[in-house]
Design a binder for this molecule. Structure first.
Ligand code: B12
Length: 134
């Protein structure tokens, strides 16, 4: 295979870098005491699967969305995975908005306790509705 073609094939098949983001929690007395472990577990699994990963811990960062936007602009990363509990959702939404402004084609994935709990609640209420209707 000619070298150029080989490099092109490698570029197409290599998995994209995933930037994992922990939004700030300004409502806590000290947001840097306990690092969020869940997102690191997902990042470690992604790395084991061959994805290059990075982690942007925005705890204690006042202008978090701006920092995330600058990071996206400077690195060219296009896949972002954000964790959020419910009280972190406003900060996560703001970050996602800025990421889409900077990289309009980027993918932003939301995970963590908020999405886990809301999905569980949705499943529970759908099941209850189906039982009630039948
Ligand atoms: C330890 C703990 C704390 C510790 C440490 C938190 C930390 N920094 O991790 C302390 C005491 C600091 C704390 C504080 C609070 N906590 Co707390 N905490 C927990 C607890 C008991 C365990 C968390 C944990 O480590 N779980 C193990 C890890 C592996 O799970 P995980 O974080 O959920 O991550 C998994 C998934 O969510 C998912 N995931 C996570 N991130 C991402 C990202 C992506 C992209 C994807 C795809 C998946 C994904 O994959 C992970 C692996 O399965 C949970 C209850 C529980 N049983 O989970 C409550 C819990 C998370 N806490 C909760 C709350 C409400 C709080 C506080 C807001 C309380 C308060 N009033 O101050 C604060 C603020 C937290 C914040 N930053 O928003 C709620 C969140 C509810 C919600 N609707 O979001 C929970 C669920 C308890 C509950 N049932 O009410 N907490």
């Amino acid at each position: 295979m000619p070298k150029l073609q080989e490099e092109e094939t490698l570029m197409v098949s290599s998995p994209p870098t995933v930037c994992f983001i922990t939004p700030p929690s300004p409502f806590l007395m000290d947001e840097r005491v306990f690092p969020a472990l869940g997102i690191l577990k997902v990042a470690a699994t992604a790395r084991q699967q061959g994805y290059p990963v990075e982690h942007l811990d925005l705890n204690g960062v006042g202008n978090a969305a701006e920092v995330a936007g600058n990071h996206a602009q400077n690195t060219g990363v296009e896949v972002f995975a954000i964790t959020a509990t419910t009280p972190q959702l406003p900060a996560a939404t703001e970050i996602a908005k800025v990421l889409h402004q900077v990289q309009p084609d980027c993918r932003v994935i939301l995970g963590g306790p908020h999405s886990t709990l809301t999905l569980a609640a949705l499943k529970h209420s759908t099941r209850a509705l189906v039982q009630w209707l039948s």
